[in-house]
Design a protein around this ligand. Sequence first.
Ligand code: CO8
Length: 258
Amino acid sequence: MSYVTSQQEGSILLMTLNRPEALNALNAQVLEDLDKALDGVDLETVRCLVITGAGDRAFAAGADIAAMADMDPEAAAAFSRRGNAVFRRIESFPLPTIAAVNGYALGGGCELSMACDIRLCSENAVFGQPEVALGITPGFGGTQRLMRLIGMGKAKELIFSARTVKATEALEMGLVNGVYPAEELLPAAKKLAARIVRNAPIAVRACKAAMNEGVDQAMDEAIVTEVREFSGCFASEDQKRGMQAFLNKQKNIEFLNQ
Ligand code: CO8
């Protein structure tokens, strides 16, 4: 029995946090199972990950408060390091990732969604980093990723006040890319994934690497990163196929991931 289930549909892998009785709260076992689910991704056949939560109430309502209540600073550091390591692995995973946020994404749940490349959410979604109301800081990347996504001022407002935001406000502040009625969320995430996986996988991966690396670099260094990723594509079969197809006015070509 795992707290994370994986279901492959063509070249899209749907990963579901499966602990609905606790609103998919993240304890050590859920983090472990998430890590194992990433180990199990077949990079030959999967081209995009969609991550969601089981049930109709929550993506994840945070790190498990019951599990954290009696931690000392050493145990808290170990838990924070573990969560950060798994989320960093998701952020730098060599495939595009979409969070389909179906309800609460609080604390660690918001942090998990932010480790994904793109966030789509349901109309009943609620985002926030309410940790200071519990006497702690965000500990799975929230103090770092929220400000990168929505800007320092807004991020400080939300984190210092522990205020949560509903889907429409999350959309306005750029935290999510789209809001859908609950039943349309997964279809919309899969539709976006299907659009992504039609493109040359090596090029998509290279774009992700260039953007993830470049965002923390000075522009002169970031351009070097882009040149590396751009030129690397020219060693692929798919670059030749893609460009030949254009020149031959061929449509709907299939990329080989080679
Ligand atoms: N941890 C553990 N259990 C949870 C959590 C959680 N974060 N959230 C919900 N649950 C459980 C509830 O205890 C309840 O269980 P039970 O039925 O056994 O009592 C069940 O899920 C359903 O929840 P509620 O009854 O509370 O449902 P409501 O509809 O009344 O409320 C809320 C929904 C508003 C989402 C509410 O559950 C809530 O406020 N949850 C906590 C949200 C929160 O504060 N999240 C942040 C947690 S801290 C964090 O994520 C820090 C990350 C970094 C950690 C670093 C490590 C050191």
